[in-house]
Design a binder for this molecule. Structure first.
Ligand SMILES: [Zn+2]
Length: 175
């Protein structure tokens, strides 16, 4: 293996242009140095600039021809199949994180039912409205300030766009 596909630009890039990383199966970072540098610049700059980059990517996707979109989707799908175990590991990690955030008093059948209904309602809304919806924690589960709880009273169903726009440091009704 002399090169691999970068997850950001989706180009085949020589391995010499990747930073090493121990916790991946191939031992390299997922994104090439050029993309890493571009991302670092965006991250260090104003949040508005970051938002602009997001907007640019969103628009790029929206303006793709059906043919380009198909190619893009195929590449994403192929990437997923090649890295299934890594994806699954992250899903399991997230599930463990959620489980840990369930308070003892919420470990009931009723609460389990409520949570199932919430996730179901979210996907129903997504289907009916045609807008991507997220099940979101009002007080964030992980932030430098707090550790919110994973229970029905700390859940809201919001549009993915709104969810992406907020940080995990501030939230509505923040004391
Ligand atoms: Zn790249």
């Amino acid at each position: 293996m002399n090169s691999k596909e970068c997850t950001k630009c989706l180009k085949e890039v020589p391995l010499s242009q990747y930073k090493k990383r121990k916790d991946t199966s191939h031992g390299f970072r997922r994104e090439c140095n050029a993309c890493l540098e571009a991302y670092r610049k965006i991250r260090l700059s104003e949040p508005t600039k970051r938002e602009k980059e997001r907007q640019r990517l969103r628009e790029m996707r929206a303006n793709q021809t059906p043919e380009q979109r198909r190619t893009y989707n195929d590449k994403c799908l192929a990437y997923y199949s090649r890295n299934k175990s890594e994806f699954n590991r992250r899903v399991r990690q997230r599930q463990a994180q959620l489980k840990q955030a369930i308070p003892k008093w919420a470990n009931t059948e009723w609460e389990k039912f409520l949570m199932q209904e919430i996730y179901h309602l979210s996907s129903l809304r997504q289907e009916v409205l045609g807008v991507e919806m997220h099940v979101d924690h009002i007080v964030p589960l992980t932030s430098d300030l707090v550790c919110g709880l994973h229970w029905s009273g700390n859940i809201q169903i919001v549009s993915a766009e709104y969810n992406r726009s907020k940080s995990n440091l501030i939230w509505e009704y923040m004391p």
